[in-house]
Design a protein around this ligand. Structure first.
Ligand code: ADP
Ligand code: MG
Length: 457
């Protein structure tokens, strides 16, 4: 008992030097504050963390700081052990006006080094809600802020995912953070469309050299929606050279896209391989829990607050991307403020009528799956529901059955009916594709593409 409270005391005292050394509040809250000190025996301290990923991340990035701080307050050099599976409390969502440790110039009054005037200053890490669908992307982006402190070399970092899932928010949060904490570095953030326009202008005005020198001399190059690069071959060539020159100097490159590199049509294979050579992470569609967390966060910006059951109702019934969630919430706020009334689920249902209808029609059904798979493989829907056994048709058909099983709540016989097959055939198809998906990256990639198409309809 004595010993237990003693080591907790040491841990709590060590938090201050850890915090001072880390310097960044968001990072501290996310990774250190959430640690649960579990036990200490001799000179080993066991720390409870959420999962294996967190354990690895903390070990690579902060363990030396933790050990040094523990030594500072106790005189003892502890070895650290991690135990995953502790539901660690994440920082409170209420934005505390926290003190910035650095007084680096903000981008509005910057010294000209941070060329991210296209960045929205309200996109930051602390108002980015983290759930299982985006936590790796979030952690990887945070890790890019100061890669000197990170053992995971994520250069380049390539983040991809469907629309409205926070890619722009995250990449701009990173640009803002680097600008704020490391103001001596040169940061360029721009959308791929802007990059393209600048490139075209530089050619038109015969100032190609300016373009080249501008982008090859930065410490951070962040390009949003890089999939648009495939529009022009000349820019691909130029970007390839820019990429190499930055990469060779160990400057950081962060890219976002709606697809993974190998799925970007028309992208040169040498760029595909460069883009895939660091860390490629997907942001997946949000589940209900993350949608609810996002609504709670977004509500902070509004004067009017709703009961949690109203937010849960929205999260349950609107399963689109964050833009649609924000739109629905905003509409309720407007109605509640005009009518000055208390929001209830019944009222919300009425006000959001058209949103809810739209959602119902978005529900993925067997017909939509058959249509999307047929389009993907350039087949007819009748091929998908027919009996032709040639593999160019039979494989897509089995994929469609597999997707019907994984993406709808229909039973095997119901799916069979939709394909004019019996339930055993559906089960066979499901098992086969499930196995193929695990074994083959290309099958997995095709299925992911079709899933994303279906989810973004
Ligand atoms: P994308 O670039 O992936 O299409 P955006 O970054 O433009 O998506 O996000 C759309 C909106 O959703 C923005 O207002 C953004 O702040 C919000 N958003 C997306 N993901 C999150 C998140 N995890 N936490 C908070 N807001 C989010
Ligand atoms: Mg975007």
């Amino acid at each position: 008992m004595e010993i237990q409270s003693e080591f907790k005391h040491i841990w709590n005292r060590a938090l201050k030097p850890v915090k001072d050394l880390i310097r960044d509040e968001d990072t501290y809250l996310r990774w250190i504050h959430s640690i649960v000190p579990l036990s200490a025996s001799k000179n080993v301290m066991t720390l409870g963390v959420a999962d294996e990923f967190s354990a690895e991340w903390i070990k690579s990035n902060f363990e030396d700081i933790i050990v040094a701080s523990l030594q500072e307050v106790s005189g003892e050099k502890f070895k650290i052990k991690y135990e995953a599976g502790h539901k660690c409390e994440l920082p409170t969502p209420t934005p505390v006006p926290h003190q910035k440790v650095h007084s680096a110039p903000h981008k509005h009054q910057d010294n000209g080094r941070l060329s991210n005037d296209k960045c929205n200053s309200s996109y930051n890490f602390s108002n980015f809600v983290v759930g299982p669908e985006n936590r790796i992307a979030y952690a990887a982006a945070m890790g890019m802020v100061d890669s000197r402190a990170s053992a995971l070399d994520a250069n380049p970092l390539f983040i991809y995912g469907g629309p409205g899932l926070g890619k722009t928010h995250l990449i701009q949060a990173l640009a803002n953070k680097v600008g704020e904490l490391r103001s001596n570095l040169k940061v360029e953030y721009l959308s791929c469309e802007d990059l393209l326009n600048q490139y075209v202008d530089s050619i038109r005005t015969n100032k190609h050299y300016n373009f080249r020198s501008r982008f090859r001399k930065v410490n951070y190059l962040l390009i949003d929606d890089i999939h648009f690069l495939s529009k022009t071959n000349n820019l691909q060539e130029e970007f390839f050279n820019t990429f190499n020159s930055l990469y060779n100097e160990n400057n950081k490159i962060i890219l976002t896209s709606d697809k993974r590199p190998s799925e970007i049509h028309g992208l040169e294979s040498r760029l595909i391989s460069r883009f895939s050579s660091g860390l490629t992470v997907e942001i997946e569609s949000f589940g209900e829990e993350t949608r609810l967390a996002i609504l709670r966060k977004k509500q902070e910006a509004h004067q009017i607050k709703f009961e949690d059951e109203v937010l849960s109702f929205i999260a349950k019934n609107i399963y689109s991307d964050v833009r649609v969630l924000e739109g629905a919430l905003f509409r309720l706020v407007v109605y509640a403020s005009i009518d000055n009334c208390e929001m209830t689920i019944d009222l919300a249902r009425k006000i959001l009528g058209d949103y809810l209808e739209q959602q119902a029609s978005r529900r993925i059904n067997i017909e939509a799956i058959q249509k999307t798979v047929a389009e993907f493989y350039d087949l007819r829907i009748s091929d998908i529901t027919g009996t032709n056994r040639s593999s160019t048709i039979a494989v897509p058909r089995m994929m469609a059955m597999y997707l019907a099983r994984t993406l709808t709540d229909k039973s095997l016989p119901e799916i069979g009916l939709g394909f004019s097959k019996n339930h055993a055939t559906v089960l066979h198809a499901f098992r086969k594709i499930e196995k193929d998906r695990k074994k083959s990256e290309s099958v997995n990639s095709i299925l992911s593409q079709i899933e994303r198409k279906l989810q973004s309809v």
